[in-house]
Design a protein around this ligand. Structure first.
Ligand SMILES: NC(=O)c1ccc[n+]([C@@H]2O[C@H](COP(=O)([O-])OP(=O)(O)OC[C@H]3O[C@@H](n4cnc5c(N)ncnc54)[C@H](O)[C@@H]3O)[C@@H](O)[C@H]2O)c1
Length: 255
């Protein structure tokens, strides 16, 4: 079926994507808007570039500043998005941080920060938007996990623990809300080329080459490799898939 015809038949919903200034979140915002959804984008910093790209692409977008780790900031964001779009049907928890340090050098403060941003944010945002999804008997929640959970990557104990925790969140919440039309899934990428990974220690450590060498598909992952997955999870076609973690890593993890 030609894409345009498929788009005509696709319900137009409201998506909220966090962590959208660049990288994977920017790709998700662009793709969900291209799918015809109205897209709210939330970031700690400026998401002007993403907003501009979505508009230029013909999409409808609303940008809000939000620190997803902060309950009050999330409450203000939820109010602004609800005022603008009436609610959220598709919630994509993408914002995340991944500082690398051995566990011996990881004190309580950086540990808490990673948990605040990667895990507690999922609590705050889901609390804000899930009640309306269950009331309306339709919702899609997607959380970003990571194959560091499957691989047990050294130097990333706090990060890996936070991503394992969100996989647990997804499995358990899926069991609670399946009967109310809400699916809850995780996407676990391998190493993806984004501003975050390109400015981190991954390049210096040779992580890109080392990981690609062990992938079935021998090239670096890109945000584009993930966009179709979030697009699918947001559809009615994905209504029977919940509580899952979709590994998208060029076949590094083959479990
Ligand atoms: N890039 C990878 O290799 C990779 C692999 C596995 C999982 N992931 C996960 O995918 C997601 C996106 O990764 P990325 O590489 O595109 O990240 P990135 O660092 O390139 O971008 C992250 C975005 O999140 C925003 N952000 C950070 N803290 C925030 C906060 N407290 N509140 C609101 N926004 C905040 C940043 O401003 C930025 O726009 C993360 O959850 C990450 O853990 C990435």
């Amino acid at each position: 079926m030609p894409t345009d015809t498929a788009k005509e038949h696709r319900p137009r919903r409201v998506a909220l994507v966090t962590g959208v200034a660049a990288g994977i979140g920017q790709g998700y915002a662009l793709r969900l808007a291209r799918d015809g959804h109205r897209v709210a984008i939330a970031d700690l910093g400026s998401a002007d570039e993403t907003e501009k790209l979505v508009r230029e692409d013909g999409g409808e977008v609303f940008s809000v500043r939000c620190d997803v780790s902060d309950a009050e900031s999330v409450a203000r964001c939820a109010e602004a998005v609800t005022d603008r779009f009436g609610g959220v049907d598709i919630l994509v928890h993408n914002a995340g941080i991944y500082p690398m340090a051995p566990f011996a050098d990881t004190d309580w403060t950086p540990w808490r920060r990673i948990m605040d941003v990667n895990l507690d944010s999922v609590f705050h945002l889901t609390k804000a938007f899930l009640p309306a999804m269950t009331r309306g008997s339709w919702g899609r929640i997607v959380v970003m996990a990571s194959t560091t959970f499957h691989a047990g990557s050294a130097g990333m104990v706090a990060y890996t623990a936070s991503k394992g925790a969100v996989i647990g969140f997804v499995r358990s919440l899926a069991a609670e809300v399946g009967e109310q039309g809400v699916t809850v899934n995780a996407i676990a990428p391998g190493l993806v080329r984004t501003p975050g990974t390109l400015s981190g220690p991954q390049l210096e450590l040779g992580a890109f080459d080392a990981i690609v060498a062990n992938q079935a598909i021998k090239r670096t992952g890109l945000p584009e490799d993930l966009m179709g997955v979030v697009s699918f999870l947001a559809t009615d076609d994905a209504a029977f898939m919940t509580g899952q973690t979709l590994v998208v890593d060029g076949g590094f993890v083959r479990a």
